[in-house]
Design a protein around this ligand. Structure first.
Ligand SMILES: O=C(O)CCC(=O)c1ccccc1C(=O)O
Ligand SMILES: [Mg+2]
Length: 338
């Protein structure tokens, strides 16, 4: 299950290259107001390890495998030099939507968070309506429920949201059987909303279960949780479904890993714009130029670390120690399972 670079660099070498940063978010996202990340000034270029702080070690170890792969191993040859990205709209009030969209110049696709805990379907409808009004009839609109609905709620919500002509709904429910059921019920009711699997791919012991069960029309692939670019490409090949590459609110370094993955996908596999514009949601970064969207896309390539910004956003000694221990534990897991 765990994927490893051909050989893992020793922990001491990993620590030598590592800095921990703490970057404020511009808008609360996923309940997060500060994004922490370990950044490596590695031999092949900068790399990033940034599993969310609540993730346990076995899951986080995959993210470390990805960071070591991107920093220490040769990457597949990119087939394109820019990647179209979607605007990512957090679960904000309609009045805040215009300000969010303004951070994604040129983007003709938006992904809107829905099913946020404590909010109602009416709030989701109002937010998606505002996005449709502001972006116009030709824009593509996606929603992401992050497992927030039951089958019943998902069918009701997507039936209501279908009036806005959705590109797809990402992870409406938690489990693969639930996704299968939502798809079947929407099809039976003639509601034309495609289903994308995200958590069911990146947090599953078997990322291919979705494809085998017919649980989704497309899959979201993220380089860090899937163990790196090469491993993600393998999963895409085996799944045989269209793909959207996305990120996890990474700095420009982690986003570059996602862009590398998107740039390496065979022609015809990408199902539209990727979720790689999220540096626009951060209030800082660690590279000389940030991978924020311009004319609806971001460039492919390795960004250059800024020593100044690494200092400016340096995490506290306590948080740095916490991340070093986490890296050590995940490194030990990777070494043991290799
Ligand atoms: O896909 C995007 O537009 C941005 C990335 C994103 O939504 C995200 C960011 C952090 C954690 C989870 C998710 C997610 O897709 O569920
Ligand atoms: Mg998602």
């Amino acid at each position: 299950m765990t994927h490893l670079p051909a050989e893992i660099p020793p922990l001491a070498e990993v620590f030598d290259t590592m800095r921990v940063v703490s970057i404020p978010t511009r808008t609360r996202f996923r309940g997060i107001t500060v994004r922490e990340a370990a950044i490596f000034d590695a031999p092949r270029g900068p790399s990033e390890f940034s599993p969310f702080t609540e993730y346990a070690d076995p899951e986080s170890a995959q993210w470390l495998a990805a960071a070591l792969d991107f920093g220490w191993c040769e990457q597949p040859a990119p087939l394109r030099d820019r990647i179209d990205v979607n605007a990512t709209v957090p679960a904000v009030a309609p009045a805040e939507v215009a300000g969010i969209l303004a951070r994604f110049p040129g983007c003709r696709t938006a992904k809107v968070k829905v099913a946020e805990r404590g909010q109602s379907l009416a709030e989701d409808v109002a937010r998606v309506r505002e996005v449709r009004v502001l972006m116009g009839p030709t824009a593509r609109i996606r929603v992401d429920a992050n497992t927030g609905w039951s089958v019943h709620d998902a069918v009701a919500a997507l039936t209501a949201l279908a009036q806005f002509d959705l590109d797809y709904a990402e992870q409406p429910c938690a489990t693969v059987p639930e996704l299968v059921e939502v798809r079947q019920r929407l099809a039976a009711a003639g509601v034309p909303v495609r289903i994308a699997a995200d958590e069911s791919v990146r947090k599953a012991t078997d990322p291919l279960a979705v494809a085998r069960a017919g649980a989704a029309d497309l899959i979201i692939v993220k380089a860090q949780p899937l163990g790196g670019v090469s491993r993600a490409l393998e999963i895409v090949r085996e799944a045989g479904l269209p793909v959207v590459v996305s990120s996890a609110l990474d700095t420009s370094v982690g986003i570059a890993m996602g862009a590398q993955l998107a740039a390496s996908l065979p022609d015809g596999t990408l199902a539209g714009a990727c979720g790689l514009g999220t540096v626009a949601l951060l209030d800082g970064d660690v590279t000389e130029t940030s991978l924020i969207p311009a004319q609806g896309s971001i460039p492919v390539g390795r960004p250059v670390l800024s020593p100044l910004l690494l200092d400016r956003y340096a995490a506290s000694p306590e948080r740095t120690a916490w991340w070093r221990e986490r890296v050590a534990r995940c490194h030990a897991l990777l070494a043991a399972h290799g």
